[in-house]
Design a protein around this ligand. Structure first.
Ligand code: SAJ
Length: 456
């Protein structure tokens, strides 16, 4: 270990290292709070002045990070935020947690990583540790990040140290958080890895080294692509079950009793969030660059992307069974965020369903306690919408209520008794009701008209 790296290791171990986190979203804010909590003088760096101001006045804008924690750390002088990258010249370590979205053409948008790394490179000095956390394709750290940082003449692994460590934040998860989820670390060199392990080891319970940044990048993509493909599988099984007269929800609940070799996934209106629908395309994009055709991953993506259409078809069939055309019917969407109990609508399939319904002439409204306002730019309806009140009058006034996100605070009994017709894509409503049609349930529209068999 060189004198430079030994000095950094010593400062990390003594908590005298000054640490910085670039990108203060649902990944970066919890991370900089954990680093500050573990004793480092920590600086959050972001371009959004609202985030900077919120942190410096001791408040959190991320539901999973408490304002009390931010306030205590800022008051203790262990946490502050700035938009000025010049601060990097005073720091010893930097973790980069910026978004990695897709472009419209479904290929990686690396612009956030490139601009963040460039801003760090402008102030890079010998002896720094730089860790990229943003989910990205295998090879990004060596092929994109390293050249930008070495541009000024410093060499990775010698003058500064470089690693990749994937984020594993599950927004809204009350059990697993930044501190207790095992952290994968892949350093460019053994020294880079040792330094990154020491930094994370100060703030996170378990740190797991892998042999390179490329492996660490691939670990994250396997984790999320695994989810996307299995969600695609269960969505296909759900549509199959409707044809076979089988209830997919009963099947999954029974299958998950198998104590090994199976993991439950559940059908839904499609794939939302800023990770699961997107990350597999980072992997397939890179694979195709090598001439490899990742057919299964792409097929799962097609199945998941088709789910909003299947939901709209089910709504139309249900209205039809009541002699109502979709065109002109009032359809109320219950829950528009990408998953339950979060306020995030990014990539939410509910927005696709709403756009398709609008296209077919339905009068679209929504109720979601987490989303008071929906801007016209967020969906294809071309107008702003405000959330309706979740009360009997609202549900009664709809021709059909479509449950797309099963927030815990919805009152399902009110929906059952007030709504004239319900499409349930989340198995939120238990039991059998003539006017409730579940995704993946054999209770097809035609059968709904049969007299209910006497329940023995
Ligand atoms: N979904 C289904 N059926 C399922 C599970 C999820 O339709 O059985 C849908 C959800 O409704 C949602 C989307 O998939 O629209 C993504 O759901 P998610 O539970 O994967 O949630 P994310 O995207 O917030 O977080 C995931 C993390 N989730 C879990 O591991 C449970 C994790 O994969 C990553 O840490 C995170 O993405 C990330 O940031 O990469």
């Amino acid at each position: 270990m060189s004198a430079l790296s030994a000095q950094l290791l010593d400062r990390i171990q003594k908590r005298s290292a000054r640490v910085g986190v670039v990108g203060l979203g649902y990944v970066g804010l919890p991370l900089v709070v954990e680093l500050a909590r573990s004793g480092f003088e920590s600086v959050g760096i972001d371009l959004d002045p609202k985030k900077i101001a919120a942190i410096n006045r001791g408040t959190s804008y991320i539901p999973d990070t408490s304002s009390a924690a931010v306030e205590a750390l800022t008051a203790a002088g262990r946490l502050r935020a700035t938009a000025d990258f010049a601060v990097v010249s005073e720091l010893d370590t930097i973790n980069i947690c910026v978004p990695t979205p897709l472009r419209k053409t479904k290929d990686p948008d690396m612009s956030y990583i490139v601009s963040a790394v460039q801003a760090v490179a402008d102030h890079l000095h010998p002896g720094m540790l730089i860790v990229l956390e943003s989910t990205t394709y295998p090879g990004t750290t060596e092929e994109v990040v390293q050249p930008i940082l070495e541009y000024g003449g410093l060499k990775a692994g010698v003058d500064f140290f470089l690693a990749f460590s994937p984020e594993r934040v599950d927004p809204g998860n009350k059990t697993f958080n930044t501190h207790n989820v095992p952290k994968i670390v892949g350093g460019m060199t053994p020294t880079c890895s040792e330094l990154a392990q020491a930094l994370y080891g100060a703030a996170i319970e378990t740190v797991i080294p892998v042999s390179s940044p490329r492996v660490a990048e691939m670990v994250k993509l396997l984790e999320n692509t695994f989810r996307a493909v299995n969600i695609g599988l269960v969505n296909e099984i759900a549509l199959m079950c409707e044809k076979l007269g089988i209830d997919v929800w009963e099947v999954v609940d029974a299958a998950k009793t198998k104590p090994f070799g199976f993991m439950p996934f559940y059908p839904g209106p499609g794939l939302g969030g800023h990770c699961i629908p997107i990350d597999p395309f980072y992997l397939t994009w890179k694979a195709k660059q090598t001439g490899f055709e990742p057919r299964l991953i792409e097929l799962a993506g097609q199945i998941n992307s088709a789910m909003p259409h299947a939901v709209v078809e089910k709504i139309a069939q249900a209205l039809n069974s009541q002699k109502k055309a979709l065109n002109g019917s009032r359809v109320l969407i219950a829950g528009i965020t990408y998953k339950r109990d979060v306020d995030d609508i990014r990539e939410s399939p509910a927005l696709d369903v709403m756009g398709l319904l609008h296209e077919k002439g339905a009068k679209v409204a929504y109720v979601d306690p987490f989303v008071p306002q929906l801007r016209k730019g967020d969906w294809a309806g071309g107008r702003d919408l405000a959330s309706e009140r979740a009360d009997p009058k609202t549900f009664r006034s709809a021709d059909c209520v479509a449950i797309l996100t099963d927030h815990s605070n919805f009152d399902w009994a009110t929906i059952i008794t007030s709504a004239p017709l319900v499409i349930d894509t989340r198995n939120a409503i238990k039991g059998r009701h003539l006017h409730v049609h579940r995704l993946g349930s054999p209770y097809t529209i035609e059968r709904a008209l049969e007299p209910m068999a006497a329940v023995g």
